[in-house]
Design a protein around this ligand. Structure first.
Ligand SMILES: Nc1ccc(F)c(C(=O)c2c[nH]c3ncc(Cl)cc23)c1F
Ligand SMILES: [Fe+3]
Length: 293
């Protein structure tokens, strides 16, 4: 008989309450909060809620990627190279900051609120100073797997049930948006070497062979025990959550706000580059975004 596959189990469940961030924005911080540091290669996951007066005005990034996934409302972004755009519900912006980006991320004024997720993924040292790159997908361009009726998996990065994302991930990453009706069971394959977690947006799930309960706004971290899949069930409630997993980089992490490098010296050099507008920050000189006004 075929061996029943063992599921990952949940090692920790942490509730994220709203906190102030940016300019008048509210975020529930998952990865990156005190109880959830060191989830290599992930640096931060924020569920953000921004009303029309809030946002994230002009700020820099170096050494990692920011992945913005909109759930409701519209967000606009503009960087110091004039790259600008608007992302709406279900749309994705995968920004590889690499050697340096300065940008502004603000809700579209006409919106009542903008609600979404921003994930920060660390880059391996050989990519930390790469040219910045955007991969932007509209909701309709993101493939879905439907392993059974009532279970839809949007494949933002990586693969699910044979459906692959087209996003190029320098750090091997899986980013899946699950919508499950009640009374469903699904198994998601995850490479044994990946570290990962589920962040619950709505409803209740039972995860793993021992049916650990997942509730809204909780982060549920996976065991690292060699299991190559995770089993997720719903009972009497629909559920909406993201499953995020990736290959740990196993490199030193030195983070100072929006700069994430491998040593203190590199962080010092980054501050010099940012202050003196060099080595990737040339276009930051005298730049002000037009959307922050
Ligand atoms: N350094 C630093 C300091 C403070 C910040 F708020 C930010 C920042 O921009 C964000 C933090 N979470 C977020 N979620 C969504 C969006 Cl669109 C942006 C952010 C940042 F980069
Ligand atoms: Fe940013």
């Amino acid at each position: 008989a075929a061996l029943a596959r063992v599921s990952r189990s949940i090692t920790k469940s942490v509730l994220s309450r709203e906190q102030a961030e940016g300019a008048g924005a509210r975020v529930r911080r998952s990865i990156g909060r005190p109880e959830l540091r060191n989830h290599d290669p992930f640096l931060m996951l924020d569920e953000f809620n921004v009303d029309r007066n809030g946002g994230f005005p002009d700020h820099p990034h170096r050494g990692f990627e920011t992945v913005t996934y909109m759930l409701e409302g519209q967000f606009q972004h503009e960087d110091f190279a004039g790259h600008k755009g608007t992302i709406g519900p279900g749309d994705l912006q995968w920004m590889t900051a690499g050697r340096g980006i300065v940008h502004s991320e603000m809700p579209v004024k006409s919106q009542t609120r903008a609600h979404g997720l921003q994930l920060w993924i660390n880059l391996p040292r050989e990519h930390k100073m790469c040219e910045p790159q955007y991969q932007e997908l509209l909701d309709g361009q993101i493939p879905r797997a439907t392993p059974q009726d009532g279970v839809v998996v949007k494949v933002i990065a990586g693969e699910s049930h044979g459906i692959k994302s087209q996003v190029y991930t320098r750090t091997p990453t899986m980013y899946l948006d699950f919508k499950m009706d009640k009374n469903k069971t699904v198994e998601q394959t995850i490479p044994a070497s990946f570290t990962g977690f589920i962040y619950m947006l709505k409803g209740t799930t039972l995860i793993g062979d021992n049916e650990f309960v997942g509730k809204a706004h909780h982060t549920l971290t996976f065991s690292e025990d060699g299991a190559e899949m995770v089993k997720i069930q719903t009972k009497d409630e629909d559920a909406h959550f993201v499953l995020i997993a990736g290959e740990p980089l196993k490199e030193p992490i030195v983070q100072h706000g929006p700069f994430v490098m491998n040593s203190k010296e590199e962080i010092y050099d980054t501050f010099v580059d940012y202050q003196t507008n060099q080595n990737g920050f040339e276009r930051a000189r005298n730049w002000k975004s037009s959307i922050t006004a």
